[in-house]
Design a protein. Structure first.
Length: 348
């Protein structure tokens, strides 16, 4: 019996040796540097520049931050101020200048003075909403985690729900783009891409010739009309209206886990990426000038070469801001990245 007891104790000891590091130690190869303090305030998921030139950043757990270009300061808006929920994934400014915020508990609108939550009989206020877009006639489209997309007519206060039954590839819609022709593109989780023809009112599955992954993190249309798709695990796709071109790490891309795309005033494209599974190398931010990719590293001022970048936006001065998952908020002035995380936390 004594031998059995000793054997059991040894087994437990071996298990603790292998399991404890997973829970008790900080992974130094994770997106967060081992010296950093993990804080929800450092998790930025989306950013826009409004018509007044102010920057808005969505966060996980801390609502939204507005950077005022006049005062050079940050203002934090949370549930206490009327925001639907503090976990915000996307921000859109409509043609009238209202700001729309997608959250884990529905959508709310900010008119510059107060927040209004959308409450409908369809229960949109309780859904986890991801992407938002405004179509050419002023309807708002909301992509949700499990319930497809909702089209909202602000004039009539009418919601219309579209799911796989109407032609979506997946009921989990992460991002939406309205192109210059007025058509809508939906980036899905586990479904790839669907395009909605506003003239016919039909959804069409976009094949992509093997270029598109099942999970699309972002879609933009550049100045010359190309559509770009951010693939999680499969790099980038560019569609010129006729064919698809695939870009991966072999072409100079930072990492194949692309999370966001942004085009600056000069026509350069910026790409953020996340780490691979299990803390593998990757992540970071890079710029594409139409010919080649430039990757930014610690020499340029960021804290780690493997930072998980989730949003990119340009201010009126031409500086590029990047929001990260765990690494905070940075501003790039064309020469060097400056970390603004401490300033954000200090001002709020």
């Amino acid at each position: 019996m004594k031998n059995i007891y000793i054997f059991r104790q040894l087994c437990i000891l071996v298990l603790l040796i292998f399991i404890t590091p997973c829970y008790g130690q900080i992974n130094q190869h994770s997106p967060i540097h081992w010296r950093d303090t993990i804080s929800y305030a450092n998790m930025f998921h989306g950013g826009i520049r409004d018509k007044a030139g102010n920057l808005w950043f969505a966060t996980a757990g801390k609502g939204v931050y507005r950077y005022d270009v006049t005062s050079n300061g940050f203002t934090n808006y949370t549930e206490k101020d009327g925001l639907c929920n503090n976990n915000v994934s996307y921000i859109l400014e409509d043609k009238a200048g209202n700001l729309w915020f997608s959250t884990e508990q529905g959508v709310c609108r900010y008119d510059g003075k107060s927040f209004t939550s959308l409450t409908t009989k369809d229960g949109l206020n309780k859904l986890n909403v991801w992407g938002i877009a405004e179509d050419k006639i002023g309807n708002l489209w909301f992509g949700t985690q499990y319930n497809g997309v909702f089209r909202y007519n602000p004039a009539s206060d009418v919601f219309t729900n579209f799911t796989k039954e109407q032609g979506l590839g997946s009921n989990a819609v992460q991002c939406i783009l309205k192109d210059k022709a007025g058509n809508l593109w939906f980036g899905e989780r586990a479904g790839g891409v669907c395009r909605y023809d506003t003239a016919s009112g039909r959804f069409t599955k976009v094949n992509g010739d093997g270029c598109l992954s099942a999970q699309i993190m972002g879609i933009i249309e550049d100045k010359i009309g190309n559509i770009w798709f951010a693939n999680l695990y499969n790099g980038l796709c560019r569609y010129d209206g006729k064919s698809f071109i695939h870009f991966t790490e072999e072409n100079g891309l930072c990492h194949n886990n692309v999370t966001c795309i942004y085009e600056d005033k000069k026509g350069n494209l910026w790409f953020g990426s996340d780490r691979g599974n299990w803390g593998t190398d990757g992540g970071g931010v890079c710029r594409y000038d139409g010919k080649s990719f430039t990757r930014f590293t610690t020499k340029d001022g960021i804290s780690t070469n493997h930072m998980a970048v989730w949003t990119i936006v340009e201010d009126n001065a031409g500086d590029i801001w990047i929001g990260t998952k765990g690494g905070g908020l940075y501003r790039y002035d064309g020469k060097f990245f400056t970390n603004f995380t401490g300033i954000v936390n200090k001002n709020n």
